[in-house]
Design a protein around this ligand. Structure first.
Ligand SMILES: C[S@@+](CC[C@H](N)C(=O)[O-])C[C@H]1O[C@@H](n2cnc3c(N)ncnc32)[C@H](O)[C@@H]1O
Length: 229
């Protein structure tokens, strides 16, 4: 059979996970030390999500909303960022390149977090954190910016996980997600997202549809701004 060079087998196998945290942990424990090498030149998602974030910050700032919660909210020298499902730290790398200093990260997989630790760009990192569960009380409304790349994908987390991301974000803060197209087409992400907008929990600041993601798939990127209650 002809080999399809566009397909990265490890990415395809990850899509077959069933959302069970123990299976996800086991899978990424076995991939962590090869992840960056295998995805080099094949996974533009982290770079794109940071680009989308930067454009969204410009949009939000142009609307004046940034100043409601302090003039420096989204600036590199002060923004408090959570990279949720940080993996080996690819998103953190692009944020640090833009000058961001206060980047925390969590992931279910301690082995992925160990790789991220080696980059020396995260302020704090936590493994064994399940994004589908309610966050600790002291994380509520803690972050100016929350990024979540590569996690809204088949076999990983349900769309309702969006609510956990919103809850750790400060009023007027920003949440940016990547959503693999096959996930968007088969899971109720759009419904959960629209309900949060309709309930005035968040504003949808930007959406970039069908943008590059992995070598074998596009993703949609969504930026939300959390509405002050
Ligand atoms: C494709 S990787 C993306 C990692 C990183 N954000 C990136 O873009 O390279 C998916 C990550 O989601 C994490 N993950 C999956 N389910 C999770 C959950 N329920 N809670 C926290 N992290 C989870 C995995 O451990 C893995 O590190």
């Amino acid at each position: 059979m002809k080999k399809d060079n566009n397909v990265i087998q490890a990415v395809q196998d990850a899509l077959k996970l069933d959302g069970d945290p123990e299976n996800i942990k086991e899978y990424y424990a076995g991939w962590a030390d090869q992840y960056d090498q295998e995805l080099e030149n094949a996974y533009p998602g982290p770079e794109i999500i940071v680009k989308v974030l930067m454009e969204s910050i410009e949009t939000v700032s142009a609307n004046g909303d940034r100043f409601e919660s302090g003039p420096a909210t989204f600036l590199p020298h002060s923004a408090q960022i959570m990279d949720a499902g940080c993996g080996t730290g690819m998103v953190g790398g692009f944020l640090a390149h833009r000058g961001y200093k206060y980047i925390d990260g969590t992931d279910l997989s301690s082995e992925m977090v160990e790789q991220a630790q080696k980059l020396n760009i995260y302020r704090e990192l936590w493994g064994n954190i399940d994004l589908t569960q309610p966050p600790a009380d002291d994380w509520q409304q803690k972050y100016d910016i929350v990024t979540c790349c590569g996690v809204f994908t088949l076999g990983h987390v349900p769309p309702e996980t969006l609510h956990q991301l919103f809850s750790i974000t400060k009023p007027n803060g920003i949440v940016v997600t990547s959503v693999r197209t096959s996930y968007f087409d088969s899971q109720p992400y759009e419904r959960v997202s629209s309900e949060a907008v309709a309930n005035h929990q968040v504003k949808l600041v930007a959406q970039q549809m069908n943008a590059p993601y992995t070598r074998d798939s596009n993703a949609h990127y969504f930026t939300y701004q959390v509405t002050p209650s």
